[in-house]
Design a protein around this ligand. Structure first.
Ligand SMILES: [Cu+2]
Length: 212
């Protein structure tokens, strides 16, 4: 009996420490039918006037198998992104998006110079040679962001309790990013859920062999 009790209280302690989450948000993103959405970009903005530290990390979007990988990136304003070509064919990547226009002429290997994304917005990348290649780069001012995992979940730790705005964007959603306010308490994780209406999928054709 004593052993069982001790075991169960230990188990409780373990569970408590595993489930304890630092100050932040836990966001579940589903489509309107309730199916979890991976690759949604979740961004948490503090109230106006709060500090927005820069946590710039170099990012990479490779080309492999005539695709951009990853399909979706989220980076903080001012980050550099490298575009290594790991295909045997050459690529010619470009963006016409106002947040970052560039054109990287035909290249192979790592010859493409990294690009600095210095304006917030959504950038869509394409390749002049391979029409079906596409990638999305979400450039955000906030340092607090992550993509949802395969179960549609995103967890973001925050430096302090307070009022935040949580926005969620998916490349295939109808309309603009969805937003909700969150009141975050110290040592606690504010749970939010989003349901996004999706356009009919356009990327299914991408999974087939595109041919060279
Ligand atoms: Cu290409």
């Amino acid at each position: 009996m004593t052993t069982a009790l001790r075991f169960s209280s230990l188990a409780c302690l373990c569970f408590a420490s595993a489930s304890a989450f630092a100050t932040g948000v836990a966001v579940q993103v589903n489509d309107s039918s309730g199916k979890p959405l991976a690759d949604a970009v979740v961004v948490v903005d503090p109230e106006a006037g709060a500090a927005m530290p820069k946590h710039l990390k170099p990012a990479e979007i490779e080309q492999r198998g005539l695709k951009f990988l990853p399909l979706v990136s989220v980076i903080q304003t001012g980050s550099r992104v490298a575009f290594p070509n790991n295909d045997k064919v050459r690529h010619h990547i470009y963006s016409f998006s106002p947040a970052k226009k560039f054109d990287q002429k035909l290249y192979s290997g790592v010859a493409a110079s990294p690009q600095v994304f210095d304006k917030a917005g959504t950038v869509v990348l394409g390749c002049n040679i391979h029409d079906r290649m596409i990638a999305y780069v979400k450039v955000v001012d906030s340092p607090y962001f992550v993509k949802t995992d395969a179960s549609g979940l995103a967890r973001i730790e925050l430096p302090a309790a307070g009022k935040y705005t949580v926005s969620v964007w998916h490349y295939n959603m109808v309309g603009q990013a969805a937003e909700q306010g969150a009141l975050v308490k110290a040592g606690d994780s504010a749970a939010l859920s989003f349901k996004l209406a999706m356009k009919p999928p356009v990327l299914e054709a991408e999974t087939g062999s595109p041919g060279y």
